[in-house]
Write a protein of this length. Structure first.
Length: 166
């Protein structure tokens, strides 16, 4: 009983997360079209403030795209990318003091170091596996993704039969 309720709640939350991701994606697409329509080269060239506003909007859109990727891929690497972009955006968009710039640079460096030295791809269970993704079961079933998953036992047999020794 408890397991069934837990499973239903997990699927409900996963479905809500997908709906929120789609809403964010629609908003990001609309903002991208607005950014393209807002290009006015003479104003951007003549006024540094308009360039700053344009960069602010562009960086916000990029972070939104990365956030949607994070919602749908759900792995550690994407989370680190979103954090790096958010910290870099803060440095590019706002005028900060030298101490705040130093803290931002150290933060980005730390995130790069974590990604380079501490990130273990094997910890992401669904790195390239859409079967364990947040896509609801009914979407995976409609796309016939659940039937495409091969059993792991068959993969081991297949690999041993195709291995060539010299």
């Amino acid at each position: 009983m408890k397991s069934n309720l837990h499973s239903k709640l997990y699927r409900l939350v996963g479905g809500l997360e997908v709906i929120v991701g789609i809403c964010i994606l629609v908003a990001v697409a609309a903002a991208t079209f607005g950014l393209i329509a807002d290009i006015h080269i003479p104003t951007i060239v003549s006024s540094p403030e308009s360039l700053q506003a344009y960069l602010t909007t562009a960086m916000t859109i990029i972070i939104g795209v990365e956030f949607v990727k994070m919602i749908f891929s759900y792995n550690i690497n994407t989370v680190i990318e979103v954090l790096m972009l958010a910290v870099a955006r803060q440095m590019v968009v706002t005028h900060t003091s030298p101490v705040e710039n130093l803290i931002t640079i150290v933060s980005v460096s730390l995130l790069f170091a974590i990604r380079k030295f501490l990130y273990v791809p094997q910890l992401d269970q669904n790195k390239h596996d859409i079967h364990g993704s947040l896509l609801p079961h009914f979407v995976r079933r409609a796309l016939h993704l659940d039937e495409q998953k091969e059993p792991e036992a068959d993969l081991g047999k297949e690999e041993s039969s195709t291995h060539v020794t010299q």
